[in-house]
Design a protein around this ligand. Structure first.
Ligand SMILES: Nc1ncnc2c1ncn2[C@@H]1O[C@H](COP(=O)(O)OP(=O)(O)OP(=O)(O)O)[C@@H](O)[C@H]1O
Length: 318
């Protein structure tokens, strides 16, 4: 079942947990000197071998959560454990690796020299295998400065693979890649995931979550608003929008129907987000004088927008 609120996570950390965030809170000071809550009590448990997409609009708190997960910053409240250990310990041991949006690459080194240099820190790293897994075979001699944004991301991915991590954390790894590069990148990550690696990735692309993840965690304003298996989220959130020209009073009455999840006036029409478009159509035709009726499938993107909007109006934000 899809959960639209954070699921309660038992206190103990079990050996099957790769990630365990308990009531994690992070506050910052904004440009006016006021404190605000960027991450507002996130509970999250990721089991070994899961592939989890971490979604949310700009400023939702994804990067802040990932930074805490990797031990780059500490939460103000709550706790973070990776494989039952402190994040820094797990990262230092190579059990956990990350591909972040920014990250120091030396522009004058070649791709291969970069991988070899960092590979020397991991005695058991197989440099050739890593280069090939990251799709860098053809780019070995290219200077980092001459690599495209997408190629540099693949290089960061190769560096993350060097330690043979059990958990890979990717923060918008395909930002800046074209469609083909994105597809190739995910094919490579999927191969690694199939060998049992746990993967958590933040993305803006709903389609990447849909195609690649087992589970989707959506956050908004620092809170989890959806947590569920991709197929459940898809079927629970997808649906149809029925729109029509209709009198305000009739629209308000229909909006009270259990068939209607939300109703919005736009462009001289009312747009009803519904779980059962056939039943709503019957109501519109039989009980109102609606005209110019249209039924359109609702994308996950729209569903997410509706959901995050709801969480804002219901729960309030900072
Ligand atoms: N060091 C900081 N100091 C002050 N505010 C910060 C700091 N880091 C992040 N923030 C703010 O915290 C909020 C959450 O930011 P975060 O980068 O985690 O969001 P995000 O979901 O990763 O967004 P995006 O998709 O745009 O990368 C934003 O309002 C951001 O401006």
């Amino acid at each position: 079942m899809i959960q639209t609120r954070p699921r309660p996570v038992p206190e103990e950390v079990t050996s099957s947990d790769a990630v365990r965030l308990s009531s994690v809170v992070k506050r910052f000071t904004d440009s006016k000197g006021e404190r605000f809550t960027a991450v507002d009590g996130i509970d999250l448990r990721i089991r070994r071998g899961e592939i989890v997409a971490f979604l949310g609009p700009n400023g939702a708190g994804k990067t802040t959560t990932i930074d805490m997960l990797l031990g780059l910053t500490r939460p103000d409240e709550g706790s973070v454990r990776l494989f039952g250990r402190e994040p820094r310990q797990a990262v230092r041991s190579g059990q956990v690796a990350a591909v972040l949006q920014t990250g120091g690459l030396l522009p004058d080194l070649s791709v291969e020299a970069t991988v070899r240099m960092l590979g020397s820190l991991h005695p058991r790293a197989d440099i050739d295998a890593v280069l090939s897994r990251a799709g860098l075979d053809q780019l070995r001699r290219r200077r980092v400065a001459e690599c495209s944004g997408g190629e540099q991301q693949r290089l960061r991915f190769a560096l993350a693979l060097l330690s043979g991590p059990e958990l890979l954390v990717l923060d918008e790894p395909t930002a800046g890649m074209d469609v083909v590069a994105r597809r190739d990148f995910w094919a490579t990550v999927r191969e690694d995931a199939e060998r049992g690696m746990t993967v958590m990735f933040a993305t803006h692309y709903m389609e990447e979550a849909d195609r690649f993840a087992d589970r989707v965690v959506m956050i908004d304003s620092g809170r989890v608003v959806v947590d569920g298996q991709v197929s459940d989220v898809r079927s629970a959130l997808s649906g149809r929008t029925v729109s029509a020209r209709i009198a305000e009073q009739s629209a308000a009455a229909l909006a009270q129907s259990p068939l209607v999840r939300s109703c919005e006036p736009r462009g001289g029409r009312y747009h009803f987000d519904t779980t059962d478009s056939d039943a709503l159509l019957r109501l519109l035709i039989e009980q109102t004088s609606a005209t110019d009726i249209e039924v359109t499938p609702r994308s996950l993107e729209e569903a997410f927008m509706t959901l995050t909007h709801h969480s804002r109006t219901e729960g309030g934000t900072r």
